[in-house]
Design a protein around this ligand. Structure first.
Ligand SMILES: NC(=O)c1ccc[n+]([C@@H]2O[C@H](COP(=O)([O-])OP(=O)(O)OC[C@H]3O[C@@H](n4cnc5c(N)ncnc54)[C@H](O)[C@@H]3O)[C@@H](O)[C@H]2O)c1
Length: 336
């Protein structure tokens, strides 16, 4: 029983009271503000003394910014008071229920770190890596406590992008997945369970597809780097913050996603072939996607769905109006 007498589920993310953040570069610092903002004690371990010296100021700037934007629960000073910075791993993990590793993206470095974490923490402590691309099978398979290891990959920065990929290895326990997912949820971050370990997971596979094409287009002189960024920022990216690419295909085409695939599928297949990718959308996959998307957006209500989408877009437009891009035209620092 907790102080209020309510039962606490020791197998849920709600029971995570203290989190260790290991490594405090951009991701570690941002995670620390997320967990502390959601009421957790956060114990940061950073190996580099120069980083340790600047982390408190970086944390403070983010929390103050979130408070000023009106998106922090409680005050920045309360959240800041929950964060401590430690110079040894053993001290940082003392008494925590969950570890979010945020050190460099190198499989050997992660393997060594997870061996240390496995040794230094109790059997109920969940060990999550922020890795963008490396599966837990590649750095935790040999550990006694491997069932508590998984990847929890944030967008950068996690205080802004409120979604994270939860990527278990085949050996990760259901409990570890649940604890991590519920912790994220309680911090206002949607956990997305990734069903198979695959390099780059989903977030970076999608980003990779876009970047591959972007580099080709710039290489071939089709568009400038700044104009490409503007097309994504003011075009695709803005739209995707209201509806995802499948819902876009459904609502951009009378006839829905099936009609979209019929008309544009061959065009996209040709573009793929041009880049050496022979992956046309099969009718079975299109049908599977259409059936699922139309459960949420029934085709009978297509006109109404488009109206709701338009209203959401107008609302976003209103929020953005007057918010000049501080990075300048094109979203780039002037002169850069
Ligand atoms: N940068 C991104 O856009 C992004 C997005 C999502 C996930 N990630 C992942 O998050 C992790 C961290 O990324 P980052 O961009 O913050 O890296 P970073 O290089 O900015 O920070 C890493 C920090 O870890 C510290 N460190 C290194 N070895 C350590 C050790 N043994 N013990 C303690 N601290 C140690 C470094 O001193 C540094 O401060 C990586 O796995 C990365 O793939 C990055």
């Amino acid at each position: 029983m907790d102080a209020a007498g309510a039962a606490v589920d020791v197998d849920s993310g709600g029971a995570v009271a203290a989190v260790a953040v290991v490594g405090s570069g951009s991701i570690g610092v941002a995670w620390a503000t997320v967990f502390a903002g959601a009421g957790r004690a956060v114990r940061i371990f950073e190996i580099d003394p120069a980083r340790r010296a600047v982390v408190p100021a970086e944390v403070e700037a983010i929390l103050d910014g979130l408070e000023a934007a009106g998106v922090l629960e409680g005050s920045a000073s309360q959240a800041r008071a929950r964060i401590t910075v430690w110079s040894t791993l053993a001290e940082a993990v003392e008494g925590v229920d969950y570890v979010q590793e945020c050190i460099g993206e190198d499989v050997e470095v992660k393997r060594r770190m997870f061996a240390d974490l496995d040794r230094l923490t109790g059997p109920d402590v969940v060990l999550a890596s922020s890795s963008s691309t490396i599966e837990a099978s590649r750095f935790a398979a040999g550990l006694d406590g491997r069932e508590r290891c998984l990847v929890v990959h944030p967008g950068n920065p996690p205080f802004f992008l409120r979604v994270a990929e939860v990527v278990p290895a085949p050996f990760t326990s259901e409990r570890s997945i649940r604890v991590a997912s519920e912790l994220l949820q309680s911090c206002g971050i949607a956990p997305i369970l990734i069903n198979a370990e695959i390099e780059g997971f989903v977030f970076n596979r999608l980003q990779g597809a876009l970047l591959r094409e972007a580099y080709c287009l710039v290489r071939d002189g089709v568009v400038s780097p700044v104009d490409l960024d503007t097309i994504v920022r003011e075009g695709l990216g803005l739209r995707w913050s209201v509806i995802g690419p499948f819902a876009t295909s459904e609502l951009n085409t009378r006839g829905g996603l099936r009609r979209h695939a019929e008309v544009l599928g061959p065009v996209y297949a040709r573009m793929g072939l041009e880049r050496g990718a022979d992956d046309p959308w099969s009718p079975e996959t299109v049908e599977r996607v259409a059936a699922r998307i139309e459960e949420a957006l029934p085709y009978d209500s297509w006109d109404e769905n488009v109206r709701v989408r338009d209203a959401a877009m107008m609302e976003l437009l209103a929020v953005r109006r007057g918010a000049a891009n501080p990075l300048g035209a094109g979203g780039h620092v002037a002169g850069a």
